[in-house]
Design a binder for this molecule. Structure first.
Ligand SMILES: *Cc1c(COP(=O)(O)O)cnc(C)c1O
Length: 395
């Protein structure tokens, strides 16, 4: 059966994903994914940090089934009950005043960039430049690919959106030298995910907050990957003791149903006036039902606390079991990067898959471990035992 699907994919699907991992899951429960042939895998990847409450969580299944049988979509031409309730919930839970919902991370970031530029446009101030970081990832639309600090994602698509510049992470000197009269916003991931789980230094994040305050610049934090409890706090910026003016989130927000959000402080959120921004799908009854229910599960099961506790244990266990093979084991909560001394990341990840454990890999040296937030200490113990055995026996 899988071979037939692979053939169809080769013939009919655009070749953007190349040779994929030869697995095709048809069912999932908790942290377990079931392959088409019945084999069970333990999911320590969560579909790129998405499936925060695990697979087929009974409360999410029930809420979605009820919503599907009532209403899927009406557009935001009309009022949408779940949309207003979700906006309220996210604003009351966090330090932000207003929300806007879209469908993907890139779209939320694109909206955040538009909002920052609109804020200055309204005041007749000629500020438009956005500063982002090298090795960042902000999405794949032309503008978010421009914001992304990795050449491979944008070189083929020139000319890119004007008004972006990039500096190295943690380079406070570069920050001070590039900020100028035209700087509208600084946008960062406080832990860079896609490029290998790289936390920014507290000094650098404070320096950004400070320069934004001094020079009337909008501070945007992209929490598309780090948000909604992934790092052991609801938002990762909380680890740094600062608050951005705008934050974006997406991956975990809908528990697997596509939804993203822009959250902003009133002073900048009010820059959008009727007609400035919009979306057909964003915040529809289905996706907002998914997000409301996911947030509810996260609260009831104390999954942010679980992420902090199990994540810290996970990192400690990895350090003592496989520290000798690694040049670094980093991250916060359940967002962990394991960097090997040798270029064995991809092979280790394949061996783990042979042993029925799923993780992500970045480049040739790094494993990205981003399991559902429901994992337990005993899931971690099993995983670490298997990983240590693989390293001892095969490397
Ligand atoms: C995944 C990701 C995005 C892009 O999200 P999409 O839903 O794929 O558009 C943007 N920023 C960060 C930090 C991400 O991890």
């Amino acid at each position: 059966m899988l071979n037939k699907i692979i053939d169809l994919d080769k013939q009919y699907y655009m070749n953007t994903f190349g040779e994929r991992i030869k697995l095709m899951f048809t069912e999932g429960h908790g942290i377990e994914l079931i392959n088409w042939n019945g084999e069970k895998y333990k999911d320590f990847f969560a579909g790129i940090a998405v499936s925060a409450v695990g697979h087929s969580h009974p409360n999410l299944v029930k809420a979605l089934q009820e919503q599907v049988s009532k209403l899927l979509h009406t557009s935001s031409v009309y009022y949408v009950e779940n949309q207003a309730l979700l906006a309220q919930k996210l604003c009351e839970k966090t330090a932000f005043d207003k929300a806007f919902f879209a469908s993907t991370g890139a779209e939320a970031n694109e909206g955040a960039i538009k909002l920052a530029r609109k804020y200055f446009y309204n005041q007749g101030i000629d500020k438009y430049e956005i500063i982002t970081l090298n090795n960042s990832f902000h999405g794949r639309t032309i503008t978010t690919a421009t914001a992304t600090g990795q050449e491979k994602y944008k070189a083929p698509y020139a000319p890119l959106t004007p008004g972006f510049c990039h500096i190295d992470a943690n380079d406070t000197k570069a920050l001070h030298s590039v900020v100028g009269d035209k700087t509208a916003a600084i946008m960062v991931e406080v832990i860079q995910g896609e490029s290998g789980v790289r936390p920014l230094s507290p000094e650098f994040v404070s320096a950004i907050r400070q320069i934004c305050d001094e020079k009337d610049i909008i501070f945007i934090v992209d929490e598309v990957q780090t948000g909604i409890g992934r790092t052991g706090k609801f938002f990762a910026f909380e680890h740094y003791g600062i608050e951005p003016d705008i934050v974006t989130c997406a991956k975990a927000l809908g528990g697997g149903v596509p939804i993203s959000a822009i959250l902003a402080k009133d002073f900048v959120a009010s820059a959008f006036t009727p007609g400035d921004h919009g979306t057909t799908f964003g915040g529809n009854p289905l996706s907002t039902c998914a997000a409301l229910t996911t947030l509810d599960i996260i609260e009831k099961e104390r999954l942010v606390e679980n992420s902090a506790k199990v994540g810290a244990y996970f990192k400690d266990e990895l350090k003592s079991a496989i520290g000798d093979w690694c040049s670094d084991i980093r991250g916060k909560g359940l967002m962990i990067g394991v960097e090997f001394k040798e270029e064995i990341g991809k092979q280790v990840s394949s061996k783990l898959a042979e042993c029925k454990y799923l993780v992500g890999s970045v480049g040739d040296k790094i494993l990205r471990i981003v399991p559902p937030l429901i994992i337990t200490v005993s899931d971690v113990d099993e995983f670490v035992r298997v990983l240590a055995r693989i390293l001892k026996e095969d490397f």
